[in-house]
Design a protein around this ligand. Structure first.
Ligand SMILES: Nc1ncnc2c1ncn2[C@@H]1O[C@H](COP(=O)(O)OP(=O)(O)O)[C@@H](O)[C@H]1O
Ligand SMILES: [Mg+2]
Length: 262
């Protein structure tokens, strides 16, 4: 475990002793995690273990009730509304279901964060939207389409263009390739990889897909037993003897994906 705690790396998000509870159900307990600037860190864990909730907390959409989350050096529980607004404007999120506004065109979906935060005058938004669409690999002819007419892969790309709208420092991806066929999934992974190289943002991703996981992650964090039980490179994490890790990585699919690593 560990092995990646290099002190000279800049911590961009720090989660300390986080405890999350809904009613009587404890989701996270004593959860600790540091996220370094520029890395692609993936969080894996069983269904319902609180991966999406953790992303939402790091996005300041939910505040931790116990424990702390520090973003850019500020404890979000004590942050001012202005500071929270600033963090949100520096983060982009691709939600699990794509989560496009069905009543808005592709163009208006991508323009929405820019309009909401009034970062640009309307006259400049047009160029900015086309730039983001281009980054996400969407030709201008698709700009006036409605979400219902798009393929699954296109929905993810539009959602990505929207997540990139404010030029985020941190990009959160919740199951970015779920529901995509292998080809679209691979194309999406390549897209994230080249954007990461080009734009240098930090990526915090949740995924079940081993190909996506191994292709993108600089580190993997395993969420089980309500906290992070293993953290490190893929090679380090698969050494962990925890039953979830064994099942997740060393099932038939896992073995195939691991062979492809060497
Ligand atoms: N706002 C909420 N109120 C009550 N329970 C919630 C809420 N949000 C999430 N949960 C519960 O917390 C658990 C973790 O949810 P989630 O983070 O979505 O899991 P996953 O790891 O699959 O993404 C689930 O059991 C879910 O039902
Ligand atoms: Mg989830």
């Amino acid at each position: 475990m560990g092995g990646c705690q290099t002190p000279d790396k800049e911590i961009i998000i720090q989660v300390n002793n986080l405890r999350t509870q809904f009613g009587r159900t404890v989701i996270h307990d004593n959860l600790n995690l540091s996220i370094y600037r520029g890395e692609i860190i993936s969080i894996v864990g069983g269904s319902g273990t609180g991966k999406t909730v953790l992303l939402r907390q790091m996005l300041c959409l939910e505040r931790p009730k116990q424990g702390t989350i520090t973003i850019f050096g500020v404890d979000i529980s004590h942050a001012t509304a202005d500071q929270i607004g600033y963090f949100r404007s520096r983060s982009g999120m691709l939600f699990q279901q794509g989560a496009l506004y069905s009543a808005l065109s592709v163009f208006d979906n991508v323009a929405q964060p820019m309009r909401e935060l009034k970062v640009l005058p309307e006259a400049l938004i047009r160029d900015a939207v086309y730039l983001k669409l281009d980054l996400a690999g969407i030709a201008p002819i698709h700009a006036q389409k409605m979400p219902a007419s798009l393929s699954g892969g296109m929905v993810k790309r539009v959602a990505l263009a929207r997540a990139l709208a404010l030029e985020p420092e941190i990009l959160f991806l919740d199951e970015p390739t779920s529901g995509l066929d292998p080809e679209s999934s691979e194309a999406f992974v390549d897209l994230i990889q080249s954007l990461h190289k080009e734009l240098g943002f930090t990526v915090v991703m949740v995924t079940h897909d081993l190909d996506t996981l191994f292709a993108l992650s600089s580190r993997i964090a395993v969420l089980a037993d309500k906290h992070i039980i293993a953290l490190g490179s893929s090679k380090e994490v698969i050494q962990c003897p925890h039953s979830f890790v064994k099942e997740f990585f060393l099932g038939a699919r896992g073995r195939r994906a691991l062979t492809a690593l060497d």
